[in-house]
Design a protein around this ligand. Sequence first.
Ligand SMILES: CC(C)(COP(=O)(O)OP(=O)(O)OC[C@H]1O[C@@H](n2cnc3c(N)ncnc32)[C@H](O)[C@@H]1OP(=O)(O)O)[C@@H](O)C(=O)NCCC(=O)NCCS
Length: 279
Amino acid sequence: MQHSNQKKAKTQKLSIDPIWDNIRNEATDASSKDPMISSFMYSTILGQKSLEDVLSLQLSKLLKTISIEDRVIKELFDEFYSTDSQIQQVIRADIAAVFDRDPACHRYLEPVIYFKGFHALQTHRLANWLWNNNRIEFAYYLQSVSSRIFSVDIHPAAKFGRGIFIDHATGIVIGETAEVNDNVSMLHDVTLGGTGKKSGDRHPKVKSGVLIGAGTKILGNINIGISSRIAAGSVVLQDVPDGTTVAGVPARVIAQNDRDYPSQHMEHMLPSDDSKNKS
Ligand SMILES: CC(C)(COP(=O)(O)OP(=O)(O)OC[C@H]1O[C@@H](n2cnc3c(N)ncnc32)[C@H](O)[C@@H]1OP(=O)(O)O)[C@@H](O)C(=O)NCCC(=O)NCCS
């Protein structure tokens, strides 16, 4: 958190849209340091009127294919961003999540123009909106392209809260009936899948503040409790109680966490020996 507080101290100022203001300042700064990047900064950020314009332009260029032009995808993003009453706050919560939790992220503009976990999540948000509005063909198109270009395969029906951080993102697979609540952080190669033994509602429900380590497989319609942590490489087949850490194949409880929301602190350390559950 010290890292995050230091970063915040550098960027705090009064504004109605501080994240967008910071992104513009960062783009100006980047342009002045390297003239070779200034036309890119101008076309992607400084020449745009809003953060939503930046995203719809950037993502539509990434998601175009030989069959569907970027202009068509941009229209969808623009429609989504002008229709959904919550999306502006959700986007900013997702950007803040990356800035606050990723020690390798030093500027707000980095997720917006460089990080594929953020790009895949914003693509899914559009796909989910289309899905919920019975426009399933475009939703499937976005899932398919996202899977190919970002290595992130999220079914359009999967539900996500806000303030989600997907670090590195390669190899993420999330099934149709999965739910990921607010302020969850996950690293790469995470599966929220079915066991293959059930149909219908068959995928995990991840509650708020959970930290999911790299390479974790969470299988079945199970609850991953609030503020729990899943150690890297675990295979989780049963409910995880609130505020615990589980590890292993199959996963078992190895500790009671000594603070809430490990996802926000990206706290990978085990608590002191006294609080470990050795049963
Ligand atoms: C292996 C599998 C098919 C279940 O088989 P099953 O014979 O019905 O197994 P059960 O759920 O009854 O569990 C039997 C034992 O194996 C263990 N087990 C089950 N799946 C396991 C796995 N993937 N890794 C390690 N142990 C596993 C269980 O913990 C249980 O152990 P226990 O008897 O000590 O309690 C299923 O768990 C699995 O892994 N399916 C693959 C699903 C997948 O890849 N999904 C991704 C979709 S995107």
